[in-house]
Design a protein around this ligand. Structure first.
Ligand SMILES: [Fe+2]
Length: 129
């Protein structure tokens, strides 16, 4: 079983010492606080807020997934060189259509060298039409 890196499991001290390593691998879910039931809703997933990740043949971000609680929603795959072989913030826009129940979104990302990384969860309330 792979080790899962999650912001909630990493101590504050470890995060500070290896800040660039954690930042460049950790996906962040970026979206509005609320969505309208039955209407298309954009959810952006971006890796790293400060530090960029390499895009090399043996070291790149392979895929990004979007989850709602324990339900898998979508994923995007990347070949090496997609970011021009330059360090970058991998970024994906997913479009989902929420039902009547609030969302608890999270993202997963895999680095070919450094494994599986999880975002913090993001609560989204639903506005009924
Ligand atoms: Fe990496």
């Amino acid at each position: 079983m792979p080790r899962l890196f999650s912001p909630v499991d990493i101590s504050k001290e470890e995060k500070e010492v290896r800040k660039d390593y954690f930042d460049r691998h950790t996906p962040v879910v970026i979206c509005d606080d609320s969505a309208r039931e039955g209407e298309k809703f954009r959810v952006k997933v971006r890796l790293g807020t400060e530090y960029t990740h390499p895009d090399e043949p043996d070291h790149h971000i392979k895929y990004v997934q979007l989850w709602n609680r324990e339900t898998f929603l979508a994923e995007a795959h990347f070949a090496p060189g997609t970011m021009g072989n330059n360090p970058s913030h991998v970024e994906v826009d997913f479009f989902i259509v929420p039902g009547p129940v609030s969302l608890n979104l999270s993202a997963m990302a895999v680095c070919t060298k450094h494994g599986l990384w999880q975002s913090n969860p993001r609560e989204v309330s639903i506005i009924k039409n």
